[in-house]
Design a protein. Structure first.
Length: 644
């Protein structure tokens, strides 16, 4: 998270990190102490600071490539790539990740599914020893608050994955009896998580000047608390199998309070660069730009000079690192410019379309939509489709239009290529892993959405709440409330959405009110491609939405002509003078279509049928690797996974 101001600091951190963290991460196989650290450390404030610096790169991952991300086991920026494991996007390759199917079986060992305790051990070790430093109590508390923050974040992630987990209150030795403890209940663990994040908030000093790339502070802790509490409140409400729904309200109230704290602080606001592309520009910042970004609550800054960089831009451009593209499911959920959905009435097969919706043609479905759509999903003729990565020249006249590669083994198989997180920057593109593209882990927009959702779930939301959250986000996005008054969400006049309501009725086992539907929609659109969607589906008990058939663009006659082979070397449009280039895509060879003519994604995957993921409810909770059960016979396998 931090950018270190000198190479001396970077080297010092690297050396200390090697001493502290280069050992085997397996919590069960290590004693808690490093003799050198134990005897010669904890003597100064600098010791506390440097120890905790190692935690930042573990928890605030940013766009860093390693380590693999649990529990879905992928590399790369979790922010940019995480949605490939949801109904928002798919990744390249013939086969769907087995972890998204019922074919996934419990492994003997799996260091990337989240059942890992090394990082938590380090946090607990700090909390055991920090008080030895001969500094003031206020300073000690401030550093301890950072550790409590990381402990809350670590356990929150573990509960998201496994639900019941052992609660470890201290650093352990090789003969500690806690090493063989059973799982603790979700209630006990989450009460302890709440204690940790509240302790962090209590012990952090007040924030006077926001600094998203500085040390963890009270505002960041309030944000994390809101995220934790919203997740827990909604999980308890909808996962009635836990019999905890009567306790959901407290968590939702705490989520609303923490989000409200950030709103009322006045220290943050939505980023606006004065142009129509504010939303896209928010994610395309480099170097120190993030420091002046008023929307960033917790950011990650990179420095080429200090050799702290990432590889997002290069691999994201080439789309060959972990190529992802959007699903039609996401595309269809964007509203039209008037704030109404693409279909206004009717039923499947007989919908009445919004007059602004141009239907599925040569990417015509991207026209007249929520301005965030064109700043998230690239319409051919814009952004990356008119950039030359060899020269750095950006322009449609100079380069023409390069259409997506629709072949089923390609990285753009849906035809909907993401451009959020991308920028035409040749210098950073050529730097490969030295790119200085910033990342935002916590941003103010999410705080607004968390506040709106918590208040809606509690039944206490007002029109003013909607105005300062949902409508503020729409206004920043570029909706014109004067031209289209219906673009402003009005609690008393919520547009119907027969298509989405029908999907909810088919895939969910509970009713979603029109207002909650719009708040969930807003979250999906605003936070698309920020690694939240999978976890939203889990907490809402809405994983049935993963079984909506995965589809891409409609392969109309016009699109088929474009991909017939005649455009391989480019064809100049006689009216516009623009060269259009598209790689051949033949039906039933390179692309496979459903009965309506839409491209089937992963059509030949051995894990699924007809581009449709399966779902079974036992998968809301992940299994413990079998090897861990052999080491600790007091652990019980997650329900539903016993014979998998």
């Amino acid at each position: 998270m931090r950018k270190y101001s000198s190479n001396i600091k970077v080297l010092a951190l690297s050396a200390l990190s090697f001493c502290l963290f280069a050992c085997n991460d397996d919590f069960m196989d290590r004693p808690p102490k490093d003799d050198i650290v134990s005897e010669n450390f904890w003597n100064t404030e600098t010791d506390l600071e440097l120890y905790l610096n190692g935690m930042y790169r573990i928890y605030a991952r940013g766009h860093n490539q390693d380590p693999y991300v649990a529990p879905l086991n992928f590399r790369g920026s979790h922010i940019a790539y995480g949605d490939a494991f949801s109904d928002n996007a798919v990744r390249s390759g013939q086969n769907v990740n087995v972890r998204l199917t019922n074919a996934y079986t419990v492994p003997l060992n799996d260091s990337y599914n989240g059942w890992s305790w090394g990082d938590l051990r380090r946090v607990n070790y700090f909390l055991t020893n920090y008080d030895r430093a001969p500094i003031t109590e206020d300073k000690k508390k401030a550093y301890a608050a950072e550790a409590y923050f990381f402990k809350a974040w670590d356990y929150f992630k573990k509960v998201q994955i496994f639900s019941d987990v052992p609660w470890l209150s201290r650093d352990l030795n090789i003969d500690s009896e806690e090493l063989y403890a059973p799982r603790d209940s979700r209630e006990l663990v989450m009460d302890s998580v709440l204690f940790c994040i509240n302790r962090a908030i209590e012990w952090f000093p007040e924030v006077t000047t926001p600094n998203s790339v500085g040390r963890i502070n009270k505002d960041m802790a309030q944000f994390l608390k809101a995220r934790i509490c919203l997740n827990e409140g909604t999980f308890r409400k909808y996962h009635t199998e836990l019999n905890l729904q009567n306790t959901a309200a407290m968590w939702l109230e705490e989520a609303a309070k923490s989000a409200d704290y950030l709103i009322k602080s006045g220290r943050y606001k939505l980023f606006d660069n004065g142009n129509k592309d504010s939303y896209w520009a928010l994610f395309a910042q480099f170097d120190a730009e993030i420091r002046s970004n008023p929307e960033a609550i917790l950011g990650v800054e990179y420095s080429f000079d200090n050799k702290i960089g990432n590889d997002l831009l290069r691999y994201y451009d080439q789309n060959n690192h972990m190529g992802i593209c959007a699903q039609r499911s996401l595309v269809d959920e964007y509203l039209c410019e008037d704030g109404r959905p693409i279909y206004l009435s009717g039923s499947k097969g007989n919908y009445d379309a919004n007059p602004l919706f141009e239907g599925y043609g040569k990417w015509s479905e991207l026209n007249n939509r929520d301005p965030r759509m064109s700043q998230t999903i690239c319409k051919p003729g814009e952004y990356i489709t008119i950039w030359n990565r060899n020269t750095g020249v950006y322009g449609i006249k100079e380069n023409g239009i390069t259409y997506p590669n629709l072949k089923y083994l390609g990285s753009e198989q849906s035809g909907y290529r993401f451009i959020k997180h991308w920028k035409p920057d040749l210098v950073n593109y050529q730097r490969a892993s030295g790119s200085t593209q910033s990342a935002i882990e916590f941003r103010y927009a999410e705080a607004l959405l968390m506040y709106a959702e918590a208040k809606c779930e509690l039944g206490t939301i007002s029109q003013n709440d909607i105005d300062i959250t949902i409508n503020a986000l729409r206004q920043r996005a570029g909706f014109d409330f004067d031209k289209y008054p219906t673009a402003r969400l009005d609690m008393g006049n919520i547009p119907a959405d027969p298509r989405l309501d029908a999907v909810y009725r088919e895939k969910l086992d509970y009713t979603v009110s029109p207002l909650l539907r719009e708040i969930r929609r807003e979250r999906r659109i605003e936070m698309a491609q920020e690694d939240l969607r999978y976890w939203d589906l889990m907490r809402w008990k809405a994983a049935g939405l993963l079984t909506v058939p995965m589809r891409g663009v409609k392969f109309t006659e016009e699109v088929q002509e474009l991909y017939s082979g005649d455009y391989n070397n480019g064809v100049v449009d006689p009216e516009t003078g623009i060269r259009e280039t598209a790689v051949t895509a033949i039906v039933d060879k390179d692309v496979f279509l459903d009965e309506e003519g839409f491209i089937i994604l992963h059509p030949k995957s051995t894990n699924i049928q007809s581009g449709t993921l399966p779902w079974s409810d036992y998968r809301y909770y992940w299994p413990i690797p079998k090897g861990e059960l052999l080491l600790n016979t007091n652990l019980l396998q997650t329900k539903g996974w016993e014979d998998k």
